[in-house]
Design a protein around this ligand. Sequence first.
Ligand code: 5GP
Length: 114
Amino acid sequence: MASSDTIFGRILRGEIPCQEVYADDLCLAFRDVNPQAPVHVLVIPREPIPQLGEATDAHQALLGNLLLVAAKVARLEGLESWRTVINSGAEAGQTVFHLHLHVIGGRPLAWPPG
Ligand code: 5GP
């Protein structure tokens, strides 16, 4: 399945709704439908890269933008501490094969994750 055909591709194309938190030319941030904490936002690139392991040197600026937007989202949500997670690959827990950063916060977070 091409990653533009994932559920996130459909969200980017406006075919299904999302609760948008932030958007710019390179990415979109929206609330996770199944939040694991009081704040759980996903930041996705508009370009449908399936997973971090498939990003190339050509994506350097885009990947930097995703991290900066994660921090911007945390600030917008009033978080002083938060966790940014990227699951890359099925065994790491990735279920949607369109690269995305989780921004999770608003409660104490244990380490290590499961
Ligand atoms: P992954 O497990 O791939 O790292 O994360 C995928 C995330 O996407 C999950 O946390 C899941 O709850 C979220 N998700 C799946 N489908 C939808 C959807 O249709 N809308 C939104 N907002 N989040 C979704």
